[in-house]
Design a protein around this ligand. Sequence first.
Ligand code: G3I
Length: 343
Amino acid sequence: LDLAQIKEVYEDDFLIGNAVSMGDLEGPRLDLLNHHHNLVTAENAMKPSYAYGDDGSFDFTGSNELVERVAEEGLLLHGHVLVWHQQSPEWLHSREDGTPLSRDEALDNMQAHIRNAMENYDAVYGDGVISWDVVNEALDGDWSNPEDWRGQLRDSGWLRAIGEDYIYEAFKYAREVADELGREDLVLFYNDYNDDQQSKAIAMYSMIKEINEQYADENPDDTRKLISGVGMQAHYNANTNPENVRLSIERFIELDIEIGVTELDVTTLTPNETIESELERQAYLYASLFQIYDEYSDHISRVTFWGLNDTNSWRSDRSPLLFNDTLTAKQAYYAVVDPEGFL
Ligand code: G3I
């Protein structure tokens, strides 16, 4: 903990975040979290599947334990996630036999979920919640014609029940709830992965642009953008080309909304790899990324890592983070705090 604090190195640029579970909020893990970060995302606790009791009624008891601890630590919180095809009860949009609910039934369930989750966390932590992933990973096409984002929509329960406008409806409703809560400033994110791949970035860009134009047409008095943040998950690997990341950032800047790096990690190329050359290559990408983030820091509001250390990562077999199994700083850490020195 005598190492330079990442959050201080970048304090004039963007917030530094990490993904947390209960186990990260005590002991040495908490010390490391507080030392380097000022923002967190719940790795799982705030997802829809954790918002209901067995009888299908809202029950935020478990989730709130985590958020209360985050609030005690005074860390800012990014809400993850309201509308997603994973870790979300199927009955919200589908019948037991798998067929979709009617559009109205599914819309009701989606709106009830958005309202209850946003109100609940607002009651627990108020302004500490600075943003939400309203819709996550809605795009998953063949990328043949990425400008036609509708053709690239993921075949999900929400799409089948509600139709292509479920994304617009989700954001519109989240905006309404935020405004009712007096949170006109709350940033509403569309969040997705493979953000470095240009076909995916084009689909994300086209979708956000069109949805924001539709909202502007329908609400001429509201000068805000409906989708006010674009989340680049940034689940990369040591072979990722940083110039593609730059291209995506430049594309998203055209949307004139906040850019968030929301789930950053960089895997080594082979599993269980601890050889120096692999870790060096990983560190090299981290350095290149932070050099780029720094360059565009006027547009980037936060960089969030997806986990504190390799052992606890969802991709632990490819050691993707800045700290190793014993919470010791890897080369990747030194690359992040001093990219120029490293490159
Ligand atoms: O909580 C249960 C536990 O009761 C059970 O015993 C155990 C047995 O498998 O599973 C536990 O649930 C696991 C959950 O994490 C909590 O640990 C799930 O199986 C597991 O699938 C789930 O994985 C999460 C994954 O999202 C699910 O899609 C990862 O932790 C989480 O890092 C990952 O995060 C996602 C983002 O939300 C969205 N973007 C991609 C990112 C990486 O996949």
